[in-house]
Every structure is written in structure tokens, then in C-alpha cells.
Design a binder for this molecule. Structure first.
Ligand SMILES: Cc1cc2nc3c(=O)[nH]c(=O)nc-3n(C[C@H](O)[C@H](O)[C@H](O)COP(=O)(O)OP(=O)(O)OC[C@H]3O[C@@H](n4cnc5c(N)ncnc54)[C@H](O)[C@@H]3O)c2cc1C
Length: 292
């Protein structure tokens, strides 16, 4: 399959990239790893007149930790995130998610920004980042804004990003002591598989044997966007962790999911799997919280 013709730009700074995007607007598309964009262009799903490659923006290829906040550059690849010891220690669920994305070849190309902006309902990185309460730093020629990831994804392939805006960094606060998180993906194959269902969990304990003081559960591939499970979270907060409690939370999360039937699995199967994965993800998060 051949690519349609387009003009190609390679800005050397974020400032220049913002200026180019202001000038070209919706006639242009940003190119990061290309694992979504190039595939969609080859299939003629989109045919931008201009492609603006971000590959020379070295400033967006690193992480930065200051004052209890970690900033992840938009161009960090899934492989870099999966291998980052610094990120893995603090954000193990994100590392688990990055390790399970696609294949080694795809992970070497796929960036965190591309994964968030392409807004696929089954994408691997949004659930764990939402569970950690991640915020996005978005730049344009005349300014910058921050938005919660939770408020960013509007529907399949649809986000709050305006055509001239660039996602520059993903910001996550360091979790308080006695916090733990986990990400579990279920596919029909072991590798190179889009999630049938995925669940990310995050909990904070008062003390290693104390009650849960905060909880977030995020379910992927069971709705048009990754979904929080507020009733399940409410069941957990203020309670001591136990198998029974996690079973109640799992059932509540399953009820809050909005799966569809398709050739890869029935809605009922997906709902049942939300229940199972939620319990497992909470048990794994608890283990990590007690080790902190
Ligand atoms: C074979 C295969 C297997 C895959 N398996 C998985 C999987 O298991 N799990 C999964 O989640 N995904 C999977 N994907 C999808 C894909 O790899 C990811 O969504 C990837 O993270 C996209 O990142 P990218 O850097 O390649 O984005 P690109 O393709 O470069 O861009 C994707 C979109 O994001 C926009 N964009 C990119 N960077 C920015 C930015 N900084 N600011 C604003 N907009 C931006 C682009 O304009 C484009 O619209 C798979 C894809 C393929 C081809």
C-alpha cells in the first residue's frame, strides 16, 4: 500500500513545531512513532496535506523529576518506559502497561503521546496513567494548558486536543507512602494483541495493615473511552482490604463497565473478565502498597 502524497516538515524545536502547527492547522498531522498515523494513511483513512515530524525534539524524549512530580516527555517510547528503572520503581503499573503494548518492534516506535492522542478504547497506556491521576501538558504557539487525562479522551479517536496543539509532557505526582498500583491486560493471544479487557488499579493505605484511604480503578476496552469505576472505588475507601472486599469491588466494576459484543468476545464475557481482573489488580496493588 502506497502513502498518499504530502508535504513533510521536521521542526528542530517545540517552539518551531507550535508555529508550524498554528500555520497549517487541521490540514496537518503530527508524526511521532507513526504506528497509528502511517497505518491510517496507507489505508487512506486519513490523508493530511502536511505531516509534521516530531522526531528531532530531543527535549520531549526524557523524564524529569522535581518536587514530587515526574514529567514524562511525549516522545518517550513504550520500550523506554518499560525499561526505565526510575519510572518502574514509582509507577510499576505504567511499566507493566508499556511492556504489554504490541511487540518489541512496535514498542520501539510507539510513543506515549501517540498512544494517548490516538484514543483507541483498548489502548494500553491510558488506564494506568488515569489510575495515577496523570495530567497532560499541552503546548501551542501562544501558551500552554494542563488537562487531566481523564477529561482528555472524549471517544474513539477523539480528544480535547485542538489541531494547532501539541501534547508535550505527561505529569504524574509521586504517590504517597503505602500506595500500590497494577495493570492487567487480557487478550486472546500472548503477544501483539490489542486488549480484550484491561484493568488498572491504584490504592493508598493508611498504614501497611490499615484501611484504604484512596482508590482508583480504570477499565479499558469496555466502553468508548477508558472508564473509572466510581461505585467500586467507593466500596473500597475507608475499609480494610480483604478478599471479600475486593470481590465486592470487582462485581461493582463489572456492573459499571459498558462492553459490546464483537467477534473477539461477548459483552457478558468481557463483563465477567472485568470482575476477575479488578480483583486481581487490587490484590497486586495491595501487595505493592504493603511493601512501600
Ligand atoms: C501491529 C500493531 C500492534 C499494536 N498493538 C498495540 C497494543 O497492543 N496496545 C496499544 O495500546 N496500541 C497498539 N498499537 C497502536 C499503536 O502502536 C499505539 O497507539 C502507539 O502508541 C501510537 O504512538 P505513535 O508514536 O506511533 O503515534 P503516531 O502514529 O505517530 O501518531 C498517532 C496519533 O497521535 C498524534 N500525535 C502523536 N504525537 C503527538 C503529540 N506529541 N501531540 C499531539 N498529537 C500527537 C498523531 O498526529 C496521530 O494522530 C498497535 C499498532 C500496530 C501497528
Amino acid at each position: 500500500m502506497l502513502l498518499p502524497t504530502f508535504d513533510y516538515y521536521e521542526p528542530s524545536s517545540l517552539k518551531e513545531a507550535c508555529e508550524v502547527m498554528t500555520e497549517l492547522g487541521s490540514r496537518a498531522r503530527l508524526l511521532a512513532g507513526g504506528t497509528d498515523l502511517i497505518v491510517n494513511m496507507k489505508k487512506k483513512i486519513i490523508s493530511p496535506e502536511h505531516v509534521v515530524a516530531l522526531g528531532r525534539l530531543e527535549a520531549l524524549k526524557k523524564t524529569d523529576a522535581t518536587n514530587g512530580t515526574v514529567k514524562i516527555g511525549a516522545l518517550m517510547t513504550a520500550a523506554e518506559i518499560a525499561e526505565s528503572a526510575a519510572l518502574g520503581q514509582q509507577f510499576s503499573a505504567l511499566r507493566q502497561a508499556a511492556s504489554s503494548l504490541g511487540s518489541p518492534l512496535i514498542r520501539n516506535l510507539a510513543t506515549i503521546a501517540g498512544n494517548l492522542v490516538s484514543a483507541r478504547p483498548a489502548a494500553d497506556l491510558p488506564p494506568s496513567l488515569m489510575a495515577y491521576g496523570a495530567r497532560l501538558i499541552i503546548k501551542k504557539k501562544d501558551g500552554e494548558r494542563k488537562i487531566l487525562l481523564e477529561d482528555f479522551i472524549k471517544g474513539p479517536g477523539d480528544t480535547e486536543l485542538a489541531p494547532e496543539e501539541i501534547l508535550a509532557e505527561i505529569e504524574i505526582d509521586r504517590a504517597p507512602g503505602y500506595s500500590g498500583a497494577s495493570y492487567i491486560k487480557l487478550g486472546t493471544r500472548k503477544a501483539l494483541e490489542i486488549s480484550l479487557v484491561n484493568v488498572a488499579s491504584f490504592i493508598t493505605l493508611e498504614a501497611p495493615d490499615g484501611v484504604i484511604t484512596s482508590a482508583r480503578i480504570v477499565m479499558g476496552a469496555v466502553g468508548p473511552t477508558p472508564l473509572r469505576a466510581p461505585s467500586a472505588e467507593k466500596i473500597l475507601v475507608g475499609e480494610k482490604p480483604s478478599v471479600r472486599l475486593f470481590e465486592r469491588a470487582g462485581r461493582a466494576a463489572a456492573e459499571e463497565s459498558r462492553p459490546i459484543d464483537d467477534f473477539r468476545g461477548s459483552a457478558q464475557y468481557r463483563r465477567d473478565m472485568v470482575d476477575v481482573l479488578t480483583r486481581r489488580a487490587l490484590a497486586a496493588a495491595l501487595q505493592e502498597a504493603r511493601r512501600q
